[in-house]
Every structure is written in structure tokens, then in C-alpha cells.
Design a protein around this ligand. Structure first.
Ligand code: UD2
Ligand code: MN
Length: 774
């Protein structure tokens, strides 16, 4: 009996010994694995940090590489070569996002996390040509800034709703050793998986740890029960406090969206979907349309805090943002805005902005006539401590109304918005981040489209920039595929714009005033976007579109409000002021493209420009030629329509000025006395003298050139001339009272005179050596 027990014990001892040895080996292996994973985490973190810093460093000096059709060039020679470059191609296309996983590719707002759980449903866009609206749509006499290419509504809307009770805690972790001359950046785990990881560190630092929701997660945010406003002290950005040095810390962009789990998911227009109105209501829809020039009736049925699809390019959700961003005042100016759209605009800001960055919302009522925009509005807004309403005592127009808002703003940054917009999730931080990086940057969100018909929210093409055509007509233009590829652009990269659309942008408040704000002589509506864009670029700043910031806007066919004077006249006059102050010799192109009538001074009083010109001189702003060469080289802007020798086909010799007298001579390309310009003001000129019919007889004289107006003394200097495509090709035609006369070389005496126009007469045909524009 004892033997089997002993044997049994002996064999168990062996087993125990084996178990012991195995445990030791296991423990050693385990420790090795642990060390390896620590090392992994360490090196991964180091890599992320380097990426981040590279991104931020690049962010600061990559200015010249992003967005514009050509890289920044200063050389005079290259400028003139580009002057006659191809016209802007207004093509449109959809580009699939390509995120490159290479440290050298990291762009501003470096993306450091590559966690699948963070990946959002890509705002899928359908390449259906029938859905795409005309691109180069522009502000002309009749219409306003129209949308750029609109793409179908994004799919995957069901993913918008945030998972409940899924709060995420951002943890500031030990900061790694700083790299010289770059901000010290703390990497912060921003989702559940990562914040559980323990990162290696030497010294514990004082850490402030507060709950902040990750993308699409809003459950850790509290609202004020009474007014629904986000409580300021509820969200704070994680700060790493280091007593030894000032260190910049960053966090993942906050995707605050209090509408993500809407009260009534089935409400009309919820999630940015198209709303419908029963056809029996058609007449009501029609009747109420004029109140806002969009479907006002439908807008009233849609919740004021409706949810929207997150239309940002996917990589935007992982952008890193500095913790110490400037605060902003959001300024809405409006005249007779529709109640529901005004409120939806305000709520979209309250619901989707980090409260610590939103200093206030200023509503500037530009002397509206609608009674609901008075006491009712004041009362409604009393519930929102951050909202202030200012009622202007007389109509100022949007330009001076914006300045009235700016004058009382307390934020570091001014953010101007139209009063019929919906700010999308994550819209604010990327704008402020750009200003934080460089206070002379003027960032604009991507302007998405809220349909005027069904109020659906539609995302627009990537890689669009704001441009203008002559005569200062705003339009959208897509960056070419080649350009995007060449510059390794991701859909999140800022896009530099020659001009902004005008309505939606942020600007450092001090910088705005240093620039001289807007020209207060601009009336009502229009042209101020050109003014600010030229001013910013020419005086050292930059205009950018920030694709990670998206705001929907209702584009209307017509302005729903009255213009105190004629609308067309108002806009033309504003643009003439801008051209006179900012465009130097290129203002002739503005006048020459259909605006010669604006030169009629007594009729067209554009007001005093002394202050504006002084301001430009004081700031030592660059020339308009510099702007064209460096910021918008793709624009065709020849200073004259035609130039060179003026060859008479009948006489087969060239016009010349000798001893102050017009004569004919054998053509010599190098002869300066035979060189003439045909200008945008329709003058045939050599230096300061212009060809002018004499009052008496039908002879020609040389006179000092006028200012291009058709006042009595200058009218005869306007010559119509077309090289082709006209009834009188190559003729130089002038209006003599009611009659039109043509310049003719008298065959025998070789002198010039005016004669009744005759299309086939070769002696009336004049050819310039070079034509730059028809
Ligand atoms: C675009 C801009 C707009 C402005 C305009 C040119 C966008 C999205 N919109 O036209 O902001 O730059 O081009 O000037 O880029 N308003 C007043 N007082 C007035 C007239 C208008 O407060 O006397 C308000 C109006 O209620 C609106 C804002 O100014 O909130 C812009 O007017 P709009 O919406 O008619 O201009 P829009 O979008 O056609
Ligand atoms: Mn608008």
C-alpha cells in the first residue's frame, strides 16, 4: 500500500519539478515579450511623434507648395512668361482619397493614428454626371455665388448616430524628449484601445484629464437642461503642464455633434436628407418662396437642430489640433432672414463647436423689416448666454454690418458666416488651427450645398478653389489631377485660393484691423470678397480652403432682400472701387470687359478712395502684377488687346509717328515709332498719345490720351477693332455722332482719313502684329 503512494509521490515530485521549471521558462519568455511590446510601443510612439513634428514643421513652411496652380515664383522673368499662360480650365472631377502611409507624406494636421475603429464611413460620392451641377458658375448680374460641383448625398447615414454610453477619455501621457526647434508635442491616445496602453516615461507630469468624446461620440458632453447649450466647463482639452518648458500639446480634432443622436430620427430633412412636401401644398410652397428665395415652407418643417452626414474626408477625423487655439466670435449678419434658417444656422454653431473656442455668437440685424427679427429674436436668444443680438439703426449692407459685428467682438478670431448655413461636425478647429499656425492665414471652410428646393445637404467635390474671371466674376475651379499628384496632396490639405467666395471665413481679429478691415465705401452686397482677397494676398497673407472644415449654405437664385439702389449698379460700383484701389494698370481689363460705362464719372460716382489708397501704401502691399504672377498665374491678363505694327492691307505699309505727325512707312518690326497698342479702353496709342479724329473734316490727329471715358473730349478716342468674327474685320471704326466711320489710308497721297465703312475695302483694313484677346 505504501509503495504505490511513494511511487506516486515520487512521480508527482517530478511533475512538480517539471511544472516549476516550465513556469520559470514561461516567466522569462513573458518578460521578454513584455519588453518587446514596450519597445514596440516606444518606437511606434517615437515614429508618430516624428511624423507629427514633421507634419507641423512642413505645415509651417509648405505654404508655397499647396494649392495654387503653380509653385511660388518671384523671378520677374518667369512672371512675364506666365502672363500669357493658358486660360483657366474649369473642369470638374471626383478624386478618390489616397492616404499615404509614409512619414514624408504627412501633411499639416498630421494624422498619427491608424486605428480601424476610428475610420468613418467615407462620405461616398457617386460619379453620376447627371447629378453634377455646372462648375464654373459665377456671380453675374443676375445671380450670386453658385455652388461648385455638387455630388450626391453621402450614403451610410445610419452610421452617424453615436453609440450610447461610449464615452472616450483622452489621456495626456508622458511627453517624449523634445526635438530641437519644434514644438513639443504630446501624443494622446484618443480611443479606448489606445488609452489603456501604458506608455513609457521618466518623470510624471501634472496632467489634466477630462472626458472628451471621440469622433461621433457625444455621450460625455453635457448640455444645459434649459437651453440645450453645451456647458463650457464640461469639455476641456487635455493640457500637459510642464513647469520646466513651454510645450505645445495637441489633441485629436474634437468631433462634437450634439445632434448626432437626434430626438426625432424620422423628422423631415433629418440627417440632411431631402424633405418632401405633399403636392397639395405646392401653392403654399410657391407663395412662401419669395420670403427667402428657397423652400421656406419646407424649412419650417425641418428640426432646427437636425443631424447632418459627416462629409469630411475620412482622414480629417484623425487630424491633430493644438490645444491652445485662439477663441472666436462667430458673426452672422442678416437682413430679413427667414426665422428657421437663421436659427438653424445659430444652432449648428452651438451644437457643433467646442465651447471653449466659441467666445460668442453675434447676430447683426441689418435693419430688417420683419417684425419677428426684433423682440421675438431677442427673447429667443436670451436663453443662450453666448448669443448677442445687435439691431442696426439703418441699413448698412453686409459689408458695414460685418464691421459693426467685428467692432463689438471679444474673440481672438472673427468667423463670418451667412445667415442660412449649417456648420458640420468638426468645422471650427481646423479653421482656428490655421490661424494658430500663422495669423496671416485666412481660412475658409468648404462650402457645401443645401438645396434651395428640398433642403438636402450635399457634399461637393474635393480640390476646388475660388478664382475669378474677367471682369471680377467669382467662380470655382478644380485643381488638376496632375497638380494634386505632383504635390502629393491628400483631400485634407489646405487649398490656396486666389479669391474667397466671401461668406464664410475666419480671420485673426487684430490682423483684420491691421489690414484696414473692409472698405466701408462698399455698399450692400458684392465685391467685398475680391477686396479682402486682394488685400490679404498683396499685403502678406493667404486665403485658403480647409477641406476638413465643412459648412452647408443655401445658394439662392436671387437676393431675397431689397437693394436700396439698383442691384447691378451697386455691385458694379463696388467692383470699380476694388479695381481702382488694388488692380493698378490691370484695372483696364476690368473696365475693358464690358464695364467701360463705369468710367463715365459724372454718372457713375464711385466715391472717394483716398483712405483706401493710403492704407495700401501704408501697408506697403505688393503690386497686382505680383499677385497675378504669384498667386493666380493661370489667369489670362494681357495688358493690351493688341500691339505691334499697324499694317494697312491696301497700302502694304505701316502707321508711324514721325516728328509728332502720323505718316506711313515701310514696316520695321524694331521701329519704336511704328509700335502701337490697342488697349482695353479701345484707344490706339503710342506712349501717351492717342489717335483721334479731328472735330472738323475727316482727318486724324494725335492727342494726349484721355481717361477712357466717353466724355466729349475723349469719346473720339474709342476705336472698335476686331481681327475677325465681325462684319468689319480688321477695321478701325469710330463713332462720329450718329454715324460710324472707318479709318482709311488714302491710296494716292498716303494720308489718313475717315470714310464710311466698307467691309471689302483693303485700305480700311489694319492688322496689328500681335493679338492677345479678341
Ligand atoms: C456670396 C457670399 C456672401 C457675400 C456675397 C458677396 C457665400 C456663401 N456667400 O453671396 O457672404 O460675400 O457673395 O457680397 O460665399 N446681408 C446683410 N445686409 C445686406 C445684404 C445682405 O446683412 O444688405 C446678409 C444676408 O442676409 C446674408 C449675407 O449678408 O446673410 C450674405 O448675403 P447673401 O446670402 O444674399 O449672399 P450670397 O450667399 O448670395
Ligand atoms: Mn448666402
Amino acid at each position: 500500500m505504501m509503495m504505490p503512494i511513494w511511487r506516486h509521490l515520487r512521480s508527482s515530485r517530478r511533475v512538480l519539478g517539471f511544472v516549476f521549471v516550465a513556469s520559470v521558462i514561461w516567466l522569462l519568455l513573458d518578460m521578454a515579450v513584455l519588453r518587446m511590446s514596450d519597445g514596440d510601443a516606444n518606437s511606434r510612439l517615437m515614429r508618430e511623434k516624428v511624423i507629427l513634428e514633421q507634419g507641423l514643421a512642413r505645415h509651417q513652411d509648405k505654404v508655397t507648395q499647396v494649392g495654387l496652380g503653380e509653385p511660388h515664383v518671384n523671378e520677374e522673368d518667369e512672371k512675364s512668361d506666365r502672363r500669357n499662360s493658358q486660360p483657366v480650365k474649369l473642369s470638374r472631377r471626383r478624386k478618390k482619397e489616397q492616404v499615404q502611409d509614409d512619414a514624408s507624406q504627412v501633411k499639416p494636421n498630421a494624422v498619427v493614428q491608424d486605428d480601424a475603429s476610428q475610420v468613418k464611413p467615407n462620405a461616398v460620392v457617386q460619379d453620376d454626371a447627371s447629378q453634377v451641377k455646372p462648375n464654373a458658375v459665377v456671380q453675374d448680374d443676375a445671380s450670386q455665388v453658385k455652388p461648385n460641383a455638387v455630388v450626391k448625398q453621402p450614403v451610410g447615414l445610419s452610421l452617424i448616430a453615436a453609440p450610447k454610453n461610449d464615452s472616450v477619455v483622452l489621456k495626456a501621457e508622458e511627453v517624449l524628449e523634445p526635438v530641437k526647434a519644434t514644438p513639443n508635442i504630446s501624443l494622446q491616445a484618443s480611443n479606448q484601445h489606445q488609452d489603456a496602453k501604458k506608455l513609457p516615461g521618466k518623470k510624471k507630469k501634472q496632467i489634466e484629464e477630462l472626458p472628451v468624446q471621440g469622433p461621433r461620440n457625444t455621450s460625455s458632453v453635457k448640455r444645459d437642461k434649459q437651453n440645450g447649450e453645451i456647458l463650457d466647463n464640461n469639455i476641456k482639452v487635455v493640457q500637459v503642464r510642464d513647469t520646466h518648458s513651454v510645450k505645445a500639446s495637441v489633441h485629436q480634432v474634437l468631433s462634437i455633434d450634439l445632434t448626432a443622436a437626434p430626438r426625432d430620427p424620422k423628422a423631415v430633412g433629418q440627417y440632411g436628407l431631402a424633405g418632401t412636401v405633399p403636392s397639395l401644398m405646392d401653392s403654399v410652397v410657391k407663395k412662401r418662396w419669395n420670403e427667402g428665395q428657397f423652400n421656406v415652407y419646407l424649412s419650417e418643417l425641418i428640426p432646427l437642430d437636425r443631424a447632418l452626414p459627416d462629409t469630411r474626408p475620412e482622414i480629417c477625423t484623425r487630424n491633430m489640433i493644438h490645444d491652445d487655439l485662439p477663441s472666436t466670435s462667430v458673426i452672422f449678419c442678416f437682413v430679413d432672414e427667414v426665422w428657421s434658417t437663421l436659427l438653424r444656422s445659430v444652432h449648428s454653431v452651438l451644437n457643433r463647436s467646442p465651447p471653449h473656442l466659441l467666445k460668442e455668437i453675434i447676430l447683426v440685424d441689418d435693419f430688417s423689416k420683419k417684425p419677428y427679427l426684433k423682440d421675438n429674436l431677442d427673447k429667443y436668444m436670451e436663453k443662450f448666454p453666448k448669443v448677442r443680438v445687435i439691431h442696426l439703426k439703418e441699413r448698412q449692407g453686409l459689408i458695414r454690418a460685418r464691421m459693426a459685428g467685428a467692432a463689438v467682438a471679444n474673440g481672438d478670431v472673427l468667423t463670418f458666416l451667412d445667415s442660412h448655413v449649417e456648420c458640420n461636425v468638426g468645422w471650427l478647429e481646423p479653421l482656428l488651427e490655421r490661424i494658430h499656425t500663422d495669423r496671416t492665414k485666412v481660412p475658409c471652410p468648404v462650402i457645401e450645398v443645401i438645396s434651395d428646393q428640398d433642403l438636402s445637404y450635399k457634399l461637393v467635390d474635393n480640390f476646388q478653389r475660388g478664382i475669378f474671371h474677367w471682369p471680377l466674376v467669382f467662380g470655382w475651379n478644380a485643381l488638376s489631377d496632375e497638380y494634386v499628384k505632383k504635390n502629393n496632396m491628400t483631400p485634407a490639405d489646405p487649398i490656396r485660393c486666389p479669391v474667397m467666395a466671401g461668406g464664410l471665413f475666419s480671420i485673426d481679429k487684430k490682423y483684420f484691423y491691421e489690414l484696414g478691415a473692409y472698405d466701408p465705401g462698399l455698399e450692400v452686397w458684392g465685391g467685398e470678397n475680391m477686396e479682402l482677397s486682394f488685400k490679404v494676398w498683396m499685403c502678406g497673407g493667404q486665403i485658403e480652403i480647409i477641406p476638413c472644415s465643412r459648412v452647408g449654405h443655401i445658394f439662392r437664385e436671387q437676393n431675397p432682400y431689397q437693394f436700396p439702389l439698383n442691384r447691378r449698379r451697386t455691385v458694379e460700383r463696388n467692383l470699380a472701387r476694388v479695381a481702382e484701389v488694388w488692380m493698378d494698370e490691370y484695372k483696364e481689363l476690368f473696365y475693358g470687359h464690358g464695364n467701360l460705362h463705369l468710367l463715365e464719372k459724372p454718372l457713375m460716382d464711385i466715391g472717394n478712395l483716398t483712405d483706401q489708397i493710403q492704407q495700401r501704401n501704408k501697408l506697403k502691399c505688393k503690386s497686382f502684377k505680383w499677385y497675378l504672377d504669384n498667386v493666380y498665374p493661370e489667369l489670362e491678363a494681357p495688358l493690351v488687346k493688341a500691339a505691334g505694327l499697324v499694317f494697312n492691307r491696301g497700302l502694304r505699309s505701316c502707321l508711324s509717328i514721325q516728328n509728332g505727325v502720323l505718316v506711313f512707312d515701310t514696316c520695321h518690326l524694331s521701329s519704336q515709332s511704328q509700335h502701337f497698342n490697342y488697349t482695353w479702353l479701345k484707344q490706339v496709342r503710342q506712349q501717351d498719345v492717342c489717335l483721334e479724329p479731328s472735330a472738323k473734316q475727316s482727318l486724324l490727329t494725335l492727342q494726349p490720351c484721355g481717361d477712357g471715358s466717353s466724355s466729349n473730349s475723349h469719346k473720339p478716342q474709342r476705336w472698335l477693332h476686331k481681327s475677325s468674327q465681325s462684319k468689319l474685320p480688321e477695321h478701325l471704326m469710330v463713332e462720329m455722332g450718329p454715324k460710324q466711320m472707318c479709318l482709311e489710308a488714302a491710296a494716292k497721297e498716303a494720308v489718313l482719313h475717315l470714310a464710311p465703312c466698307n467691309a471689302n475695302n483693303l485700305f480700311q483694313q489694319w492688322q496689328f502684329t500681335n493679338y492677345y484677346s479678341e
